[in-house]
Design a protein around this ligand. Sequence first.
Ligand SMILES: Nc1ncnc2c1ncn2[C@@H]1O[C@H](COP(=O)(O)OP(=O)(O)O)[C@@H](O)[C@H]1O
Ligand SMILES: N[C@@H](CCOP(=O)(O)O)C(=O)O
Length: 311
Amino acid sequence: MSVYTSISASEVQSIIEIYQLAPFIGYTGISAGIENTNYLIKTAQGDFVLTLYEHFNAQEIVPYLDLLRQLAEHASYYPVPLADAQYKYLQIVAGKPAALFKCLPGKSVQQVTPEQHQAVAKALASFHLQSSGLAFRKRNTRDIAWIQDIATQISPHLSAQDSALLEDELGFQLKHQTQHLRQGIIHADLFKDNVLFTGLRLTGMLDFYVACYDCYLLDIAITLNDWCIDQHGQYSHAQQAVFLAAYQQLRELDQQEQKYLPVFLRRACIRFWLSRLEHQLNPKAGEMTQEKDPERFKNLLLQHRHFDSLQ
Ligand SMILES: Nc1ncnc2c1ncn2[C@@H]1O[C@H](COP(=O)(O)OP(=O)(O)O)[C@@H](O)[C@H]1O
Ligand SMILES: N[C@@H](CCOP(=O)(O)O)C(=O)O
C-alpha cells in the first residue's frame, strides 16, 4: 500500500498543531508500501510522513519507535520519529496508533549501479554492527516454523508442481540447522523500495516493522535476492560479489556464514513466495492498495536451486 485508513484534513490539522508545524500546506496518501498507511504532509516547515499502524497496537509499536530513535544517533538516513511538546512519539489518529517522521530525501531505484550496490551493502553491514549494542529483542515471526505452517495452509491452493517444489524445498531447509550462525538485530525486509537514494548517496533506509532478532545471514540473503535481480527476475552472481565485497569491508562473513549463504538465499525465497501468496489469497481492503507478484520468488528459488545443483 497503501492507504487503508483515510484521514480528514481536520485530523491532519490536529497533528500539525500537536507538533507545532503550522502552517499546513497539504497532504496526500502514499501509494508505496504494503503494511501501513502513510501520508505525505507538507508544511511551511518542511515535509513529513505520517504513518498509521494497521497491524500493531500502541504497546506493540513502541519497541520499533525506540529502535528508530536509537538508530538515528548513528546515521541521518534512518527515519527518526518526531517527539511532540510532551516528548511523546506516538499519537492516535483515526483510531490507529500513529507516528510522524521527517520526510527523508531521495527516491528508490530500480536499475541499480555498482556504487548503489556498494552503498546498500555498507548500510546493511553498519546496521548490523550498530544494532548489536541496542536493546531490541523481537523474535522473527516469519521464521522456519511460520514457513512450515503457512506452507500447509497454502499448498492446497497451488498447482501440483508448485506444491511439490515447496515440499521439496522445505525438506531441504529442515535438514539444515542454522541456529549456530551469528545473530543480531536484522532489518528483514531491505528491498529496493525500502531504500532511498539521491544520486549515488543513500539517503533513506525505511520500514523497520519486521525487524527482529535472527541470523545476519538471513538479512544478507533477503537483501541480495531483491537487489541482484534484473527486470526479468534474473539473478546476477556478479552483482552478488560486488555487494558481498562491500559488506565485508565493514563486517566479514565467517566460514560458516559463507557456507550457508546458498541455503539462506533459498530460505528467503520461500519466505517471500509464501507471504506474497498469502497476501494474494487474503487481499486487504483499502483506498489504494498494492499487490506483489509471488511468482518472482518461485522463479528465483528455481534459479538458486539450479545454481546449487551445478556446484
Ligand atoms: N521517513 C520517510 N521519508 C520519506 N518517505 C517515506 C518515509 N517513510 C515512508 N516513506 C514512503 O512511504 C512508503 C511506504 O513506507 P513503508 O514504511 O515501506 O510502509 P509499509 O510498512 O506499508 O510497507 C515508502 O516506500 C516511502 O515511499
Ligand atoms: N517487501 C515485501 C513486503 C513485506 O512483506 P511482509 O510479508 O513482511 O508483509 C515483499 O516485497 O513481498
